[in-house]
Design a protein around this ligand. Structure first.
Ligand code: ADP
Ligand code: MG
Length: 248
């Protein structure tokens, strides 16, 4: 079984320390929720796992199946099956969704092997239907002029197509109405159905998506550290009494 382990991680941006000794055990096949106030370091954690160059790991380690990934480039981590759905997805003018995903899938094939076009489009359309994305989206530039909800769906479409081992979903539910949220939940369920070993790290402020996805573990992240881990009762306690009850 694959395993992502974050071991006493310290991360800085400039001279400011944001993650201050954070440890997490993330076996595949489980859903782990991370909740925390704004600015506590949730997105930093997600981006550092994906290999974002802005952040400096000053100590600690991130291990994938026992092997450190700290020295790996983002694309190498992606090829290992680590996927990040960004909180604020970038726009890529001039690159259509269809071409973008095709390039991403092609990049993972062994050299000399071509992605088969008919198969690719069949799969793309199947996943778009699942996420209730109109076919016209295939020819639009990635995220350009998309509504918040469409950007989040586009992130999920990438996840559905790339079939990662670990998916980090950074506030994929924020700004979505109930219907869009249900589509997000359905998207995640479908990917898990095809790939029951998928590990999910779900960064969220809301109970609603947790109710749909039933996390195995809920963690509370405050000031760059995990201050509590447990079951759904943690999320319920947060809903009832806020983050203050978790502050030391
Ligand atoms: P969260 O996702 O929990 O709201 P973030 O990880 O986005 O928190 O941010 C944690 C802290 O790090 C915040 O104080 C934020 O201002 C700072 N920070 C994050 N990214 C950057 C960056 N690229 N440059 C400067 N400061 C940053
Ligand atoms: Mg964030």
């Amino acid at each position: 079984m694959k395993h992502l382990k974050i071991d006493n991680l310290h991360v800085s941006i400039g001279d400011r320390e944001i993650l201050r000794g954070l440890s997490l055990d993330l076996p595949t096949g489980q859903v782990h929720a991370i909740m925390g106030p704004n600015g506590s370091g949730k997105s930093t954690l997600a981006k550092v796992i994906a290999g974002h160059p802005d952040y400096t790991v000053t100590s600690g380690d991130i291990l994938f199946d026992g092997e450190s990934i700290l020295e790996m480039e983002p694309d190498e981590r992606a090829r290992k099956g680590i996927f990040l759905a960004f909180q604020y997805p970038s726009e890529i003018p001039g690159v259509t969704i269809a071409n973008f995903l095709r390039a991403a899938l092609q990049a993972r094939l062994p050299e000399g092997e071509e992605l088969e076009a008919t198969e690719y489009y069949a799969k793309l359309y199947e996943k778009m239907d699942l996420l209730e994305m109109p076919r016209t989206f295939t020819s639009r530039s990635v995220n350009e002029g998309f509504s918040g909800g469409a950007k989040k769906r586009c992130e999920l479409l990438q996840m559905a197509m790339l079939q990662p081992t670990f998916a980090l979903l950074d506030e994929t539910d924020s700004g979505l109405d109930i219907d869009a949220l249900r589509i997000v939940a359905r998207g995640v369920h479908e990917v898990r159905k095809e790939r029951p070993t998928l590990g999910i790290v779900l960064i969220t402020h809301y109970q609603r998506l947790l109710n749909e996805l039933r996390p195995d573990v809920v963690h509370v992240l405050i000031d760059g550290r995990i201050v509590a881990s447990g079951g759904m009762e943690i999320a319920e306690r947060l809903e009832a009494s806020g983050y203050d009850s978790f502050r030391a």
